[in-house]
Design a protein around this ligand. Structure first.
Ligand SMILES: Cc1cc2nc3c(=O)[nH]c(=O)nc-3n(C[C@H](O)[C@H](O)[C@H](O)COP(=O)(O)OP(=O)(O)OC[C@H]3O[C@@H](n4cnc5c(N)ncnc54)[C@H](O)[C@@H]3O)c2cc1C
Length: 412
């Protein structure tokens, strides 16, 4: 919710148990709703079987966009390596120091680093498409005690469901290589670089609005970064609030929002949110997932616009829970629109698989060694370039291109 002078004026919320519509006035607001983890549909087809926490449907990204804030580098998707059919990380980088690695079907390493990046995911994708796929997590050459140590981490610290998954499947790291796969696409600056643009004080481009954690444009921030980023945002927002008066808010806007948000609860019949979400995310996979093709993304935009018509005229929420899901479906659709727009704007390929544009296959530093910012202007998506700030620590040329040189050439 913004004031007449463009400052943030608070937030509009819905009680997910009672469907009560709430207006929360505030001098400053910090958005910290994590990644947009339900953008693509996982191969399993489960709406909530995502790599990222599935409670994060991209609401933060959508709220920042509608408030008029700029979002950075949304074409730089987040894609991760997984254990096939298990919605958690493969963690080859955890097992790596013990001697494990990502291997092709011949048992050979094909990448220098098991830690994921867009280029690593590109090499992974290439291997899957080649005669040497699929790709595996290889531990079966290690001593049983070493595998036991790794299991202590992966099945206890990381996630107990992983041990149960292998038990039910009858797969054991000691006996066979374990098949890996590629996750659905998402936005997550914490794991990639696609976030709400913030400065060093976590301020967005809307006065009084902050963003922190996975959804803020602080690339590869992770958990410790989220803690730090959140602390910086909190301190600054509190200081600003002390010296700021409570902004006005537009009553007519709130009335219109109330009507829009609660509209699905007023309908007797229609499309339930899970169906609308499924369709959106299936189209994200069909049209926006890399390798990105211009004509395909443009068709995707048209199909997503049809879904928006359905969302505005036919979405039905039969209880408070479905109202929450309806709002999530709306954010997912916003994120899909932003993903398509940002991807079409950057006419080159960069960050390996994250922004692999088949019809612009080369990295074009002359024109695109820059960030991109996307924002809502007069109700429409608009993208622009933002120059890279000078490096604080000088970087050798050799180091600048290290990202692209991940393939093990003498074995794979
Ligand atoms: C599988 C996996 C493994 C990881 N491993 C590591 C690791 O080993 N080390 C590391 O440092 N980092 C790791 N990370 C990253 C780390 O978890 C994140 O960087 C960190 O949790 C980000 O914190 P956050 O507060 O921004 O988002 P989150 O922790 O995701 O919190 C966002 C919160 O917002 C809530 N929310 C979302 N939308 C709404 C809404 N509309 N209304 C109200 N609430 C909402 C969500 O329910 C959630 O609780 C991992 C992440 C994943 C997915």
């Amino acid at each position: 919710m913004t004031a007449s002078d463009g400052r943030i004026a608070g937030a509009i919320a819905v009680n997910t148990r009672t469907a009560e519509f709430l207006v929360l006035r505030a001098k400053t607001v910090i958005l910290c709703m994590g990644a947009a983890g339900r953008l693509g549909l996982p191969h399993s087809g489960y709406l909530f079987g995502t790599y990222e926490n599935p409670t994060n449907s991209g609401d933060g990204y959508a709220m920042a966009y509608h408030a008029g804030a700029a979002l950075a580098n949304l074409e730089c998707y987040q894609i991760n390596p997984l254990i096939k059919d298990y919605n958690g990380p493969a963690c080859a980088y955890v097992a790596g120091p013990f001697g494990a690695y990502t291997a092709n079907s011949e048992g050979n390493r094909f990448i220098e680093s098991d830690y994921w990046s867009g280029q690593m995911m590109q090499e992974f994708y290439n291997e899957l498409q080649s005669g040497k796929g699929p790709v595996f997590l290889k531990l079966n050459h290690l001593h049983a005690d070493t595998v036991g140590e790794i299991e202590e981490i992966l099945h206890k610290v990381e996630r107990p469901s992983r041990g149960r998954f292998h038990q039910a499947r009858g797969t054991d790291y000691r006996e066979k290589m374990i098949e890996m796969h590629i996750s659905e696409i998402g936005f997550c600056s914490g794991h990639s670089a696609s976030g709400v643009f913030v400065d060093e004080f976590a301020r967005t481009t809307v006065p009084g609005l902050y963003a922190a954690g996975d959804m803020a444009s602080v690339p590869h921030n992770y958990m410790l970064g989220a803690f730090t980023n959140g602390a910086v945002a909190g301190e600054h927002a509190a200081e600003v609030a002390l010296e700021t008066s409570l902004p006005d808010f537009n009553g007519e806007f709130v009335k219109a929002e109330r009507k829009r948000v609660l509209a699905p609860t007023r309908r007797e019949d229609g499309i339930p949110p899970n169906q609308l979400e499924y369709k959106t995310r299936r189209l994200v996979n069909d049209y926006l997932q890399p390798p990105k093709v211009t004509a395909r993304m443009q068709i995707g935009q048209a199909r997503l616009a049809e879904i928006r018509d359905d969302l505005e005229t036919a979405l039905v929420a039969r209880d408070a829970h479905e109202l929450m899901r309806s709002l999530e479906a709306s954010s997912i659709l916003d994120c899909a629109d932003m993903a398509a727009h940002a991807s079409l704007f950057r006419t080159e390929s960069r960050w390996g698989l994250y922004h692999n544009r088949v019809d612009y296959p080369k990295k074009d530093d002359d024109n695109w060694f820059c960030h991109t910012l996307l924002r809502k202007v007069d109700g429409r998506l608009v993208s622009e370039k933002r120059p890279i700030q000078p490096y604080i620590v000088p970087i050798e040329n050799e180091e600048r291109t290290a990202y692209d040189r991940l393939r093990v050439s003498n074995q794979a």
